[in-house]
Design a protein around this ligand. Structure first.
Ligand SMILES: [Zn+2]
Length: 243
């Protein structure tokens, strides 16, 4: 059975490798997130404009029906005017026709204004959709780049994770928790003692402690200065297990 400190050294070696692989992505994940946000914002703006434009178009088409109805009414009233029996009836129809004509003119004016608005909105929407489309392409490029790195790494990463899990299961639960906790502030949570110093923070390690570490390979010793787990120099990780 391997010593506890050996298993931890393996874990540290694998984590170093995994961190390096993750670094290959550089700022790509953040860039993808940024482009996603940009695309979401731009498409939301275009979507809003589209909604307004739809309303404008609905108004235009319903107004055109109203205009046709008003024309019909006017024609009918004009015909009725020939059939009136007295001036009073004639005047009443005249005033009704005037009312309809006013309404017609008002609606035509309104349609003209709305027509301009529709033109502007159409142009605006086209521009906004183009911007969103460009952002989408940028996003897809970044995603493609990320997928390429992922697929190159996939097998390697999976292999490392498998070995990691194997060694993790050999390590005492409490020691593993300590290691993971140190990992949250020092990526290299377990480091070698080199030239009587901690290889993580370069503080010297007392000679007596080095002897203890060497003699108790199933115990976990930590650097008094930085808190990293200390691995004695004699412990050499068999690189073959990584590949
Ligand atoms: Zn240290």
């Amino acid at each position: 059975m391997d010593a506890e400190i050996y298993n931890i050294a393996v874990l540290a070696r694998i984590d170093l490798e995994l961190d390096d692989l993750k670094e290959e992505f550089g700022d790509l994940p953040e860039r993808v997130e940024k482009f996603q946000k940009k695309y979401d914002e731009l498409s939301a703006i275009a979507e809003e404009t589209k909604g307004i434009l739809d309303d404008v178009r609905k108004f235009t088409s319903s107004s055109k029906i109203t205009l046709a109805d008003l024309k019909d009414k006017e024609t009918k009233l004009s015909e009725q005017q020939f059939l009136v029996r007295n001036n009073k009836e004639f005047d009443a129809i005249s005033s009704e026709i005037t009312g309809i004509k006013d309404e017609y003119t008002k609606l035509v004016d309104e349609l003209r204004t709305v027509g301009l608005k529709e033109e502007n909105l159409t142009m605006m929407l086209k521009e906004q959709e183009e911007k969103a489309e460009t952002a989408k392409k940028e996003l897809e490029d970044q995603k493609a780049e990320m997928n390429e790195i992922s697929s190159d790494q996939n097998e390697e990463v999976q292999g490392l994770i498998d070995v990691r899990n194997e060694y993790k299961s050999k390590i005492d639960k409490e020691n593993l928790e300590t290691y993971e906790l140190i990992r949250t502030y020092h990526k290299d949570a377990a480091v070698y003692v080199r030239k009587n110093s901690c290889a993580g923070c370069f503080s010297s390690v007392p000679a007596q402690k080095i002897v203890e570490i060497r003699n108790n390979l199933d115990e976990i010793y930590r650097c008094e200065a930085c808190g990293r787990v200390l691995i004695p120099e004699e412990i050499i990780v068999d690189e073959d297990i990584l590949y």
